[in-house]
Design a protein around this ligand. Structure first.
Ligand code: DQA
Length: 145
């Protein structure tokens, strides 16, 4: 099984950005944690991060041509604005889990809309880094069923 873990804007700043909300662990810590979990489960995983909407669209399209089986995406702020990411995920038809480190539904009004959730098989929020592990496990179960 091949999974793509895709992170959007400012997630490369984990550990530095708003540690009271996102914690003190870094983006590198996140990658290492997911990689260790996937190795244990025999899942092939690749990681991409970009601060640019179009680059994220390109990564989603690339996943189609590379026959990726599942996408874990934290679109960052593009969650709340991007029809382009929604359309890209609709186009590729790859099972997708949306992850948010923070509990977005308890935050500002402008964070209450998620375009990506319209296509995601599942949305996980407020579980910190553990949410990504949950997402990987969900996709593994999904592809086995
Ligand atoms: C986030 C929540 C978004 O509202 C925010 O813009 C982010 C991170 C999260 O992981 O909690 O960049 O997706």
């Amino acid at each position: 099984m091949k999974i793509l873990v895709l992170n959007g804007p400012n997630l490369n700043m984990l550990g530095i950005r708003e540690p009271d909300i996102y914690g003190k662990r870094t983006y590198r810590d996140l990658i290492d944690m997911i990689k260790a979990h996937c190795d244990e489960k025999g899942i092939e995983v690749t990681f991409k991060q970009s601060n640019h909407e179009g680059a994220l669209v390109d990564f989603i399209q690339q996943a189609y041509f590379e026959k990726v089986d599942g996408i874990v995406i934290n679109p960052g702020a593009y969650t709340h604005t991007s029809v382009a990411l929604l359309d890209a995920l609709k186009a590729v038809q790859i099972p997708t889990v949306e992850v948010h480190i923070s509990e977005v539904d308890k935050r500002e009004e402008f964070r209450q809309i998620s375009y990506v959730s319209l296509v995601a098989a599942k949305t996980i929020m407020g579980m910190g880094f553990e949410g990504y592990i949950e997402a990987v496990d969900f996709l593994a179960r999904f592809s086995a069923s």
